[in-house]
Ligand binder design. Structure first.
Ligand code: ADP
Ligand code: MG
Length: 730
């Protein structure tokens, strides 16, 4: 009798075990069972041969049309050329010196062929692939087990390797399953019966040897639960650990900075801003660290929410940090905090309010003296509010009493970075992370599963709608009209952005301040995308002649950046030609039109984010997506989708669906064994929500899972290094 820890060597023999270990990393019976079919072929249903990619290892079901044997010049060598078909397309299969295939592969025979797709004289072909006959009678007549195990009608196709065709894996699985009598159940019995799930061993039988699609579904449903529960238990344990960690409770004061600020805000807070504010006030008054994600569209007013939380922290005697991903954004935040606070933020200056505090800026480009002064103010505590970049994470930065860390644009930071400040003090500060990239709920619950999520759903009143259009570069009339729109808006006293994927004029060309998602590269033989340094002079001389046009990008000297931003904010610049440095944080309500050059080089969420820069004032905004993508191409369709809706959440789902979850969740789960094999974050929302509830209850009642040893073991196995990296990617 074997169990899931049995070495494959003991079931399958040394030779096969070594192949499975080398090619696929499978060591034990459990590993092999967890190596699930990627898809299934229905017996007799031929694989579509039109979509084979050169270089890929494939398994295809096809029918032999013709087989020709040719002796070769060297004696005793022969070549067999077989043409196979899916009924519509054909594929060439070539064998050298394969006597058996000559006998078997006659016209009309259906078989599985596994091998690497090559290209030879413009045709795709397989050379010496592995072959498995599917016609039972022929196989039987020849005394071989051609169709054995596939009798049910569904042929499992496994992720395979050159040396091990899919059906060899299938027969190994068959041997393991026939010897395996019992298997440990990671899912607690109560959850299994509550959600009507089959046992694990049955689930494996169903997915590996199904006789119908219904069986595949039933088996997968159970295996998905294992995945979801294990993931959610890991996250629930992190939340639980967090609640066991001591933090200083920061209690609000009725007569402090926050009250004074609230009395001066020039607009009523939205209901969402107020509600989130209350949640935060409650959570930072608890004796364990707040861990909250605040998501909200660009312009939804997250900064005010953050500032109010920061003021509450200062009122409670602590300090608060606002961490921004770029210098541009940090400077912009400093300016807007100063504006919003007025005299409340000018402690030590003549016109300061009585309860005022000071704001310190800490960035990498500060001069030596400015830096020393800022760090001293932070260390001794006279600066209650600190705004900065990664420079704040350096060892040399110490706080008198850090109460709250706010991380803006979470997606640009790793969890390690956001944890640096938390680990430095003996009591971790409270944490608020903000993102304008809408994240579907289930993604938030898995990728950011250790955070509680708040969402600002409404935009402040008085916002104007943004009209978005896709402008085909090939159409001169439209192109002229696009630049005309900028000229018109400027003539009407407004301002404009022209966004380019690249800075230009440099080999590496990545903008250190820009979003890494922008695709400025030339790979794939595409022409280089539009660059700020090329577009700027062209616009100045031709399309926008006479307007005040300036460039903004991450390679400018910080002083120049600051100067450009200030002049643009003051209305002394009409058109800003920029990289995605303006994606976040730049807040100039007078800007009403944005042209995105080579818009197809940007992601969906990123475009949505970018256009949030216009329409921040009372005048309607325009976003023009300029592209040479073909009408009707996938790239065009993506842009059309952005133009068609202003619903960021819907676009985020689309983005996720298109980019594939692997990209969103990071590399950790894409290679080898993936953390999420069957779960699909968008489609399995209900399951993930139930699993989260079950996991929270389980961990709440039994944090160490001592009553569920099999679940604990499965969790430990899952939390190997890649998993930890994945969970912590945040
Ligand atoms: P984001 O969520 O993109 O960070 P901001 O916090 O920068 O948004 O807010 C965008 C603009 O809206 C700012 O100019 C801010 O002063 C303004 N704003 C924020 N809240 C409100 C509100 N409740 N009513 C009107 N304007 C608001
Ligand atoms: Mg913001």
């Amino acid at each position: 009798m074997i169990d899931q820890t049995t070495r494959l060597r003991d079931v399958l023999g040394e030779k096969t075990a070594i192949m499975l270990a080398d090619a696929l990393g499978l060591e034990t019976a459990g590993d092999l069972l967890a190596h699930l079919p990627r898809r299934y072929e229905e017996r007799g249903e031929l694989t579509d041969l039109a979509n084979l990619t050169v270089g890929e290892v494939v398994t295809v079901q096809a029918q032999v049309v013709r087989a020709e044997r040719r002796p070769m010049r060297e004696r005793r060598r022969s070549m067999l050329t077989v043409t196979v078909t899916d009924g519509r397309h054909s594929l060439l299969v070539v064998f050298f010196n394969q006597v058996r295939q000559v006998r078997e592969l006659r016209s009309g025979v259906t078989a599985l062929f596994a091998g690497k797709v090559e290209e030879f004289r413009g045709r795709r072909q397989l050379t010496n692939p592995e072959v498995q006959l599917l016609d039972a009678e022929i196989a039987d007549a020849q005394g071989r087990d051609g169709a054995e195990g596939f009798a049910g009608g569904l042929v499992p196709i496994y992720p395979s390797a050159m040396k091990i065709p899919s059906w060899t894996i299938a027969s190994c699985v068959r041997m393991v399953l026939s010897d395996l009598i019992e298997i440990e159940e990671p899912l607690p019995a109560a959850i299994r019966s509550e959600h009507r799930l089959v046992g694990l061993l049955d689930a494996y039988r169903l997915v590996h040897q199904p006789s119908s699609w219904a069986e595949v579904t039933r088996g997968r449903a159970r295996l998905k639960w294992d995945e979801a529960l294990i993931l959610q238990v890991a996250l629930a344990q992190r939340r639980f650990d967090n609640e066991q960690t001591a933090a200083t409770a920061r209690h609000a004061r009725p007569d402090g900075l926050l009250a004074a600020f609230d009395a001066t805000v020039p607009f009523p807070l939205t209901a969402g801003q107020r509600a989130v504010g209350e949640t935060i006030a409650t959570e930072i008054a608890r004796p364990f660290p707040m861990h909250r994600l605040l998501q909200g569209e660009v312009g939804s007013g997250k900064t005010v929410v953050a500032l109010r939380a920061m003021l509450a922290a200062v009122d409670a005697g602590g300090q608060a940090v606002l961490l921004a991903p770029t210098e541009t954004l940090a400077t912009q935040h400093l300016r807007s905090l100063r504006d919003m606070l007025g005299p409340l933020g000018r402690a030590g200056e003549l016109d300061a309010a009585l309860c005022a505090t000071r704001i310190a800026l800490v960035t990498g480009s500060l001069g030596l003296r400015a830096r020393r002064e800022a760090l001293a103010a932070v260390a001794e505590g006279s600066a209650g509010l600190v705004v900065g970049t990664h420079a704040l994470l350096e060892e040399s930065v110490t706080f008198r009493d850090l109460a709250l860390v706010v991380v803006d644009e979470q997606h640009r930071f790793g969890v390690e970075q956001r944890d640096v400040l938390r680990s430095r003090s003996d009591r971790p500060p409270h944490l608020l992370v903000m993102t304008a990239t809408p994240i579907p709920r289930t993604v938030a619950m898995t990728v950011f599963g250790d955070l509680e999520v708040s969402t600002l759903t409404e935009l402040p009143a008085g916002r104007s709608p943004i009209a978005t259009f896709v402008v085909p570069a090939a159409n001169e009339v439209w192109t002229d009209r696009m630049w005309g729109r900028i000229r018109d808006e400027v003539a009407a006293g407004h301002q404009a952005y022209v966004v380019c994927p690249r800075i230009g004029d440099d080999a590496t060309d990545a903008d250190p301040d820009a979003d890494p998602d922008a695709d400025g590269a030339t790979e794939g033989g595409r022409r280089p995308s539009a660059a700020v340094l090329d577009v700027l002079p062209a616009l100045r001389d031709v399309e926008l002649v006479g307007l005040r046009v300036a460039a903004l990008h991450g390679r400018l000297h910080p002083d120049d950046k600051e100067q450009v931003m200030t002049r643009f904010a003051a209305g002394d610049i009409d058109v800003l030609v920029a990289t995605t440095v303006i994606e976040v944080g730049v807040d100039v309500p007078n800007a009403t039109v944005m042209v995105v050059a080579d818009a197809d080089r940007f992601g969906i969420s990123q475009l949505h984010q970018l256009r949030g820069r216009v329409g921040r004032g009372s005048a309607p905004g325009w976003c023009l997506l300029y592209t040479d993508a073909e009408h009707g191409s996938p790239a065009w369709e993506r842009l059309a989708a952005v133009a068609a809706t202003s619903d960021g959440a819907q676009l985020a789902r689309l983005d996720l669906a298109q980019r594939r979850e692997g990209d969103v969740l990071g590399a950790a789960q894409s290679g080898g064994r993936r953390a999420l094999r069957l779960l699909e974050l968008l489609k399995d929302e209900d399951l993930i929500l139930s699993a989260r509830d079950e996991a929270t209850a389980l961990v709440g009642a039994d944090p160490e899972l001592s009553a569920h040893p099999a679940l604990a073991a499965a969790l430990a196995a899952t939390l190997d290094e890649t998993r930890v990296a994945y969970l912590e990617k945040g």
